[in-house]
Write a protein that binds this ligand. Structure first.
Ligand code: ZN
Length: 106
């Protein structure tokens, strides 16, 4: 199993609705898998990677099928959607940190 990390800030700014975003990212069912799914419901593969999403949670929140790249929940969808909502604030704060050009200082 490979541990992957995803930065979805650009996706979140394009698709601000976390529910829709999860669908677009490839989440296929609302079933929750505490451990990697035994078999991918889409392609039947037995290989899964774990996916951490930057700014959402410090541990992996999704399983990604190694063959068809479909995503599967490690936690409740409602919980993940709430975390995604919160991460939007974090990402928008990142933009606030941009230092203005020097000639704007007095
Ligand atoms: Zn698959």
């Amino acid at each position: 199993m490979v541990s992957k990390t995803a930065d979805i800030s650009h996706l979140l700014s394009a698709i601000p609705n976390p529910n829709k975003l999860l669908d677009v990212m490839g989440l296929v069912t609302d079933d929750v898998f505490k451990k990697p799914p035994v078999e991918c419901p889409i392609c039947g593969s037995h290989e899964f990677d774990e996916l951490t999403i930057l700014g959402v949670f410090e541990e992996p929140v999704l399983w990604e099928c190694g063959a068809c790249e479909s995503l599967h929940l490690k936690y409740d969808r409602k919980w993940l959607v709430e975390r995604l909502e919160k991460s939007k604030e974090i990402y928008s704060n990142f933009e606030d940190w941009v230092v203005p050009p020097k000639d704007k200082f007095n």
